[in-house]
Write a protein that binds this ligand. Structure first.
Ligand code: GRF
Length: 204
């Protein structure tokens, strides 16, 4: 595997995606000029030519894989080690992270979920399914949750939540759009603060 992140005194981040990658694209833009935080690797389980181009321009390793289970994890570990990754961000990543991978990155894997966990989380609850369930339950609020990843889907310690009120005539489309706006606005900031805080604690 080619090396992309040669910098040693930076915090190197990998992003795992399975979908459109709009959150990943947003994070690449946000951290583009950061001296401290380097997005070094995008690991995609679905083809994404737009993101692949953006990675080429930004000197970020883009890896697409159709593998599953242990074979997929072996590639992920090799690429993370080759790029001196210290944080793994899941942005629309649909596969479960194994205990052995979590053990390599204790309290260093962060996920974003498009509901106010613990509500509307767990296996199968992703993307539009979440918003459909929120509307069906006639919730008055929804929002996003940024949390640490553990062996169970969407159960890790919550880092931050941002909520919004549902309109009376809220539709799947309007809710998805409003949630997406929250994600794009807050995920980069929360990530930067979380990673910065944990690294400064280390120094102290
Ligand atoms: C977002 O809704 C995010 O909350 C969830 O998956 C979706 C990712 O969308 N984890 P994208 O692939 O970043 O566009």
């Amino acid at each position: 595997y080619s090396y992309f992140c040669k910098h040693m005194n930076t915090t190197n981040i990998a992003i795992f995606i399975s979908g459109k990658g709009s959150n990943a694209l947003n994070l690449i833009t946000y951290f583009k000029n950061s001296e401290q935080f380097k997005i070094c690797l995008i690991f995609a389980t679905k083809e994404n030519p737009e993101l692949e181009r953006s990675c080429a321009i930004n000197n970020i390793k883009f890896h697409f894989s159709l593998k599953n289970g242990i074979e997929l994890e072996k590639d992920q570990i090799q690429l993370c080690l080759a790029n001196s990754i210290s944080w793994v961000v899941l942005a629309g990543y649909l596969k479960q992270i194994s205990p052995s991978f979590i053990a390599l990155f204790p309290n260093r894997i962060i996920n974003i979920h498009p509901s106010l966990l613990p509500k509307f989380g767990g296996k199968g609850m992703y993307g539009i399914n979440v918003h459909r369930a929120v509307l069906a339950a006639k919730e008055s609020k929804s929002g996003i949750t940024i949390h640490y990843v553990t062996e169970e889907f969407d159960k890790g310690e919550i880092i931050a939540q941002y909520n919004l009120d549902l309109d009376l005539e809220e539709t799947l489309e309007t809710l998805e759009k409003k949630i997406h706006e929250l994600e794009l606005r807050y995920f980069p900031i929360v990530l930067e603060e979380t990673i910065y805080d944990s690294s400064t604690q280390k120094i102290i």
